[in-house]
Design a protein around this ligand. Structure first.
Ligand code: NAD
Length: 276
């Protein structure tokens, strides 16, 4: 009887290794962030969502995630382009849940076009969201993590944090800087069980990917599947697009105890894009 009981508890701990932890995932009302929030909640982690969008849809997401995983899931509405709101987000999580163990900086934006016509205001906005927001959240999250002696910081960069690309100067520059910030923080935290890593996705099958494939299919009179394949093959030697769930699994791995000595990595998941 005792044996059966302890086996069940061990099984439960294996299935829900993040039980008792609290995570904040920025930009998690859609795409990679939402898949990540779902993966962490699925492992028993309390989750604070963040991101823009229709309040009714966000309320439905909270209910769905919470019901599926049996953990509290809430939403903080901070617009992370705004410095004061970026600075206030982690304190809001700590005020609500009493702690923050896992921080995933995922919210990001890009501007497409040549540098000569890149509006300076847009440049500042891209940096505010892709880089400054991560600075503000990490800065606010670290004291509590150091105090409790455990923490996971994961920054969603991009292959464009590792290699260049045409007509996306602010995106490439801000994602390279985010990889640099990741390394700097990994060194500052190396003496404690707090890790900081970056994930560098190639093309991911979020909504915009499917929208682009649909437009290409209509324009060129090909099937949607063929359009998806062609878009994926443009940059990815594998010819396969990465799913948000695959990125989420990598983030969950980086948050696990098994990954405690993965530090300062910029980990591509890109169908061999940057291997060339
Ligand atoms: P997405 O557009 O599907 O979702 C973006 C999320 O960020 C949404 O929840 C949105 O509400 C939120 N957001 C946008 N502006 C915000 C703001 N000012 N404040 C707070 N939240 C805000 O994005 P995605 O494609 O899942 O991308 C997520 C991250 O992954 C980004 O940092 C992006 O650069 C990176 N990335 C994406 C791809 C890809 O192919 N989709 C590839 C490499 C890297």
């Amino acid at each position: 009887m005792t044996h059966t009981h302890s086996t069940t508890a061990a099984d439960r701990a294996r299935e829900r290794p993040l039980a008792g932890r609290v995570a904040l995932v920025t930009g998690s009302t859609d795409g990679i962030g939402l898949a990540t929030a779902r993966a962490l909640a699925g492992q028993g982690c309390t989750v604070m969502l963040n991101g823009l969008g229709d309040p009714d849809r966000i309320a439905a997401l909270r209910t769905e995630l919470s019901a599926a995983s049996g953990v509290p899931v809430e939403h903080a509405a901070a617009d992370l382009r705004e410095e004061a709101q970026a600075q206030g987000l982690v304190p809001e999580v700590i005020a609500r849940f009493g702690r923050l163990d896992i921080l995933v900086n995922n919210a990001g934006t890009q501007h497409r076009g040549p540098i000569e016509s890149h509006p300076p205001a847009r440049w500042r906005e891209v940096f505010a969201l892709n880089l400054d927001a991560a600075f503000h959240t990490i800065r606010a999250a670290l004291p509590g993590m150091r105090e409790r002696g455990w923490g996971r910081l994961v920054n969603i960069a991009s292959v464009y944090g590792l290699v260049g690309g045409v007509d996306r100067s602010s995106y490439v520059a801000s994602k390279h800087a985010l990889v640099g910030l990741t390394k700097a923080v990994a060194l500052e935290t190396a003496g404690q069980p707090i890790t900081c890593n970056a994930v560098c996705p190639g093309d991911v099958s979020t909504r915009i990917f499917y929208r682009n494939a649909k437009l290409m299919a209509e324009r060129e009179g090909i099937s949607r599947e063929e359009a998806q394949r062609r878009i994926a093959a443009t940059n990815m030697p594998s010819g396969q697009v990465v799913s948000p769930e695959q990125i989420a699994s990598l983030v969950a791995y980086l948050c696990s105890d098994a990954a405690s000595e993965v530090r300062g990595a910029a980990w591509p998941m890109d169908g061999a894009w940057v291997a060339r």
